[in-house]
Structures are given as structure tokens and as C-alpha cells.
Design a protein around this ligand. Structure first.
Ligand code: FCB
Length: 398
């Protein structure tokens, strides 16, 4: 079935469906000076994040915009490097700050989903090897416990970790992100430790707060063989899917919901020399500014694949870099259409968070990519709502 061409078409979402946007602390707050990223930025190994969007000071205005464009939820992250700037030293000021942030969200009618760790580490922990070591796992459990204890009343949904697989791949296999290492052994070890870190944080939050919803944000692409009916291409896809489910298979007992971060399609072709090659369909209209192949229908397929875990699902990230805002309206409309189809097929999808509310610091790509429903002018940090943001009111406030 083709996606509808008009946002007005009656898409019925379940009562209580969350419609929001997502962001992470380091990408928007600014001056995250006690983190490993900041350190590498000053060394010239990464673009400087500086003031970022100054969300640290402007959060109230930003949540006001979220409310104004019709959102009823936000996913933010808490910055570990602020909460525990030195080992074992917990910052009361940081806790006070995040209390204000979380209350402001509530005052703006936003359900609060909070990620405990979105890729940045306190510098002191990174110096000790971060998640390469068991000590990293224990430190994370202590941090989760502390945040649950001090901010627990102000959080509606907990996300322990953001995209453990992508973190591990970029930092330990491809050496694009800190700590810029290429090691198969450490890739395995960090992945394993992140699984343990999730379980430990899950336990800590439950011990402190009882029966509150705790999940993880997991990245999944939509994989397709480049050549239809080609055994070798299909075999590679089979392996990719197996690896994709590895994390969830290992933690499904410590998971109240699955957070899905879905962005693009990956067309894979078997190759004798490299094992596989990443192929791109030759249609420029379907690319984001970052060259990601946009395929809204893919979210439907991924959601159907996740059905077997029998967990509620929140789309914790989905979006595109589109500075001209000329692909975003149809992208959003089609994505919501396909999520709706998945719900009709009895997948228990309970919310959608667009990445991101505002333009922000896109990791090693710096401030180039424009993901925001709201544009930021980095000269004066002025916010301007992009036209595509009106789709939420059109679809959800009927
Ligand atoms: C995801 C990250 C998020 C953002 C988007 C574009 O993989 O979780 O922080 O960078 O990609």
C-alpha cells in the first residue's frame, strides 16, 4: 500500500500515544567541560561543541517550543560528567539543574523520557578505560542508582543506554569516535560490558524506584539484499539480522520496553574480497543531507521484526538532516503512516520521538547536519521553527 499524500488523512493512533522529540545532553547543552568528548575536542581531534545550542540555559524556551508545535513528550539525556565530575564526587548543583529541567518539561505538558548515558563519559572514567573495564560497569550502576535516588520522582520513562552497538562500532572498530581505537577484542569486550551495564542499571533503578518503566535505545537499520533471490546476499542479511538482535536477546529479561532508533535502509551485496559491500540506490531525492538512504517503509519492517520480543515499543529516534526542509514533511508523514500500519498489524508501538527538536552538534560531523524541527542560527542562537514541524498538530490534534 502507498503512503498517503496528505497529512490530514485520518491516521488513528492509540490513546496516550507519545509524540515527541529527542535530544542528548552533549549535543545541545554546551560547555560539557568534564567529559571525554570535550577533552578530545580541545585536542583538535573532533569539531568543538562549545556552547552548542546553549540548551543548558535555554531549556525552558526549548520545551515551550516543543509544546507549541504540538508535542506531548520529550526524550532528553542526563550528563554523567556533570553529575559526577570527579570520581565519587556527586554534584548537588547538577542535580538541582536537572530537577529544574525535568519540572520545566512537566510544566509544558511533556512526558519525560530520560536517557542515562548518551555516549559521553566523564573524563576521569574515560582515563580509566570507560566501558572497557568492569570498573566502568560498576561506576555506571552507581551513577544510575544515584540519579534514580535524586531525580526519580521527576522521570516517567528510563532509557539506560543509547545505541550500545553504534557506540562500540564507532569508538572501537572504526576509530571515528572516542577513544579512537581499532580492536576486535575491545569491540567484543565493550559490547559485553554494555550489556552488563544495562542489566546493572536496570536493577539499580528498580531497587530504588520499584515498578517504573526501564528500557534501552537500540539502533536498527532496515537491511535488504542488493540482488533479489541471491543466496549470498541473503545470507549476509541473515548474519546482519542475527547480530542486530544479539543485544536484545541478551537483555530481554531486563527490559520493560524497547526503544527503537531507526534511520535508514542498508542495501547489502555479498563480495568475495570484502565479504560485503554497502550499495546505494541511485535516486538522489531519497537521500538526506548526510547521504543516508531514506526509507520510511523500513520502520514498518523493523517494527514487525521486533514484535517477537513481545514488549511495548517506543520509537526513541528517527529523523533526517535536511537543511532546506524540503524532504522532511513527506518523510515525517510517510514514517507516521508506516508506524500506523505496524500498529494495525498489532505491533505495540506506544510513542514516536523525532530526532531532533533543534539543530545540534552532530558528533564528529559538528554543526553541519540540520536535523532540527527547529533551526538554530549559531551566530545568535536564535530558534526558528521549520515549516515541517506543523505536521504534528495536523496529525495528532484532531
Ligand atoms: C543517532 C544518535 C544521535 C544522533 C542521531 C542522528 O545514532 O543516537 O545522537 O546523532 O544518530
Amino acid at each position: 500500500m502507498e503512503p498517503s499524500q496528505h497529512p490530514e488523512t485520518n491516521l488513528q493512533f492509540p490513546k496516550g500515544f507519545l509524540i515527541g522529540a529527542a535530544a542528548s545532553a552533549h549535543q545541545v547543552e554546551g560547555n560539557n567541560a568534564n567529559s571525554d568528548w570535550w577533552h578530545f575536542e580541545q585536542m583538535g581531534k573532533l569539531p568543538k561543541s562549545g556552547l552548542a545550542c546553549d540548551h543548558y540555559n535555554r531549556f525552558d524556551d526549548d520545551f515551550g517550543i516543543a509544546q507549541q508545535i504540538g508535542l506531548n513528550a520529550m526524550r532528553i539525556s542526563i550528563e554523567w560528567a556533570r553529575i559526577e565530575p570527579e570520581e565519587g564526587k556527586w554534584s548537588a548543583a547538577a542535580i538541582e539543574h536537572y530537577k529544574k529541567v525535568l519540572r520545566s518539561m512537566k510544566d509544558h505538558g511533556l512526558t519525560r523520557m530520560v536517557t542515562l548515558w548518551h555516549w559521553t563519559l566523564p573524563k576521569w572514567l574515560a582515563d580509566k578505560g570507560g566501558f572497557e573495564t568492569n570498573e566502568g560497569v560498576e561506576a555506571f550502576a552507581r551513577y544510575a542508582w544515584f540519579v534514580a535516588q535524586n531525580l526519580g520522582k521527576e522521570v516517567d520513562f528510563w532509557v539506560t543506554l543509547n545505541e550500545p552497538e553504534i557506540y562500540t562500532l564507532l569508538g572501537y572498530k572504526q576509530a571515528i569516535h572516542p577513544p579512537f581505537i581499532r580492536s576486535n577484542y575491545l569491540t567484543y569486550r565493550v559490547m559485553r560490558n554494555l550489556i552488563w551495564a544495562h542489566r546493572a542499571a536496570f536493577k539499580a533503578i528498580k531497587t530504588v524506584l520499584g515498578d517504573v518503566p526501564v528500557g534501552i535505545a537500540k539502533n536498527s537499520a532496515c537491511y535488504q539484499p542488493f540482488r533479489k533471490n541471491n543466496f549470498l546476499d541473503s545470507f549476509i542479511i541473515f548474519v546482519f539480522r542475527y547480530l542486530d538482535f544479539y543485544l536484545l536477546n541478551r537483555i530481554h529479561k531486563q527490559l520493560d520496553f524497547i526503544g527503537l532508533n531507526y534511520y535508514f535502509l542498508r542495501k547489502i551485496k555479498f563480495d568475495w574480497r570484502h565479504l560485503y559491500l554497502e550499495m546505494k540506490p541511485n535516486d538522489p531525492l531519497n537521500f538526506s543531507d548526510m547521504g543516508w538512504y531514506l526509507f520510511p517503509e523500513g520502520i514498518y519492517r523493523v517494527l514487525l521484526n521486533l514484535k517477537k520480543f513481545h514488549k511495548p515499543i517506543y520509537v526513541t529516534e528517527n529523523g533526517l538532516a535536511d537543511a532546506r526542509d524540503d524532504r522532511r514533511p513527506k518523510f515525517l508523514q510517510d514514517t507516521l503512516f508506516w508506524i500506523n500500519r505496524a500498529i494495525e498489524k498489532k505491533v505495540d508501538v506506544r510513542g514516536y520521538f523525532y530526532w531532533s527538536l533543534t539543530d545540534n552538534y552532530e558528533w564528529h560531523d559538528g554543526f553541519g547536519p540540520k536535523f532540527g524541527l527547529v533551526a538554530i542560527d549559531y551566530q545568535n542562537l536564535k530558534r526558528t521553527v521549520r515549516p515541517s514541524a506543523k505536521i504534528f498538530k495536523q496529525i495528532f490534534s484532531v
